[in-house]
Design a protein around this ligand. Structure first.
Ligand code: HEC
Length: 165
């Protein structure tokens, strides 16, 4: 009985058409999510994600990073004048849990790099005036270390944040 109904369904042209359409849709979605097989999904050099594979906006981690680069730019100006902001930027501790654009972006070494960055940031916020520049540059170097393995795109922009002595 069930088989007979299935047979009838399959004979219906509309049903077959529907299946074809659904498959075509699913296939096109998979291709869009696969960077390597989709030549149009170019990786933006300013980011390590692609707008094509991330149509739903920016990831939590990407947004956090954007705050980090902005904050570093103003930190650089302050350090050059021998000053520091009063508040430690607690929100950057979220680097461990913030979700990246692609779940495979955070490799096993991510947390080690993240700890190194937080440690250097802590040292900077507790450093004596004469070591501000050195400790600030150490923070920037910890951004670069993680990026060289996880997301090389923004390295050029990050390097510009170093203070040349
Ligand atoms: C522990 C690893 C790690 C550290 C440390 C790190 N980053 Fe990132 N950064 C990433 C990853 C991974 C992404 C990609 C996020 C995504 O695709 O969702 C990223 C993305 C970015 C982006 C691109 C954001 C966008 O618009 O899409 C910028 C800019 C950036 N980071 C700057 C910095 C700066 C500046 C520092 C240091 C103050 C820093 N990062 C420290 C791993 C790190």
């Amino acid at each position: 009985m069930v088989l007979k109904q299935m047979g009838l369904l399959l004979k219906s042209k509309n049903f077959v058409l529907l299946i074809v359409v659904v498959f075509a849709f699913l296939l096109s979605r998979c291709n869009n999510e696969d960077k390597t097989t989709n030549p149009t999904a170019k990786v933006d050099t300013a980011t390590c994600s692609s707008k094509t594979i991330n149509p739903n906006g920016d990831s939590e981690l990407a947004l956090l990073m954007r705050k980090m680069i902005q904050s570093s730019a103003s930190l650089k100006e302050m350090v050059k004048q021998g000053k520091l902001p009063e508040q430690f930027p607690e929100e950057f501790l979220k680097i461990h849990t913030a979700k990246p654009t692609n779940s495979d972006t955070k490799k096993a070494s991510f947390d080690g790099f993240a700890n190194n960055y937080i440690d250097n940031l802590n040292t900077l916020y507790h450093s004596p005036k004469q070591e501000l520049t050195r400790n600030y540059n150490a923070v920037i170097n910890s951004c670069i270390s993680c990026h060289s393995e996880h997301c090389p795109g923004p390295i050029k922009a990050i390097k510009k944040l170093s203070i040349t002595q």
